[in-house]
Design a protein around this ligand. Sequence first.
Ligand SMILES: C[S@@+](CC[C@H](N)C(=O)[O-])C[C@H]1O[C@@H](n2cnc3c(N)ncnc32)[C@H](O)[C@@H]1O
Length: 193
Amino acid sequence: MTKLDKIKKEAIETHIPIMMDDTLDKITEIIGSRKLHRILEIGTATGYSALCFEKLLDDDGIIDTIERDEERIAKAKSNFELMKVKNINLYEGDAAEIIQTLDNKYDMVFIDANKGKYDFYLDHALRMLSEDGIIFADNILYKGYVMSGYNLHKQRTAVTHLRNYIKKSTEDERLESKIYEVGDGLEVTTWKK
Ligand SMILES: C[S@@+](CC[C@H](N)C(=O)[O-])C[C@H]1O[C@@H](n2cnc3c(N)ncnc32)[C@H](O)[C@@H]1O
């Protein structure tokens, strides 16, 4: 078992929700042979997905990733050390605040944190997205709730914001968006060519 497999196994065993295999496969397929210079990830958890994305970078590429949970931050740091990666910047705190302070050009943005802020994250992702950049929004279908009439109080806010994300990204004439039924739903958004 590789070190990365161990990190993945540990996350699964400790019930940390990490990116699913078919989601990673779809992202890898979409990126293809392209090398990315800068990636923004919202929702690090223990660093598993960032470590997978590291392989998509060019030689001096960088990943900026944001996490607010202290235990997960500590685990992500030790996982980055274990994997000897130096090009992953871990931002500690609330992504909704931190994202407003960032001003880099990103070739890829991976949104994988609190669903109630997805549409807000989209605005900032678009503000910083490079001409050929790609935004991936994970869990966009949220166990099927987003496309059904399901309306339990507990999920209502999240579902409203996810629906708003889909509306914004599909109705904006500057954008091209597509939803894939992998993992818990993956929306892919690019600038229209
Ligand atoms: C689905 S997990 C991320 C999984 C990770 N991307 C992976 O695939 O390995 C979502 C993470 O987002 C974090 N999170 C949720 N809301 C956040 C916020 N407002 N700011 C920063 N992190 C947040 C949670 O603590 C959690 O660890």
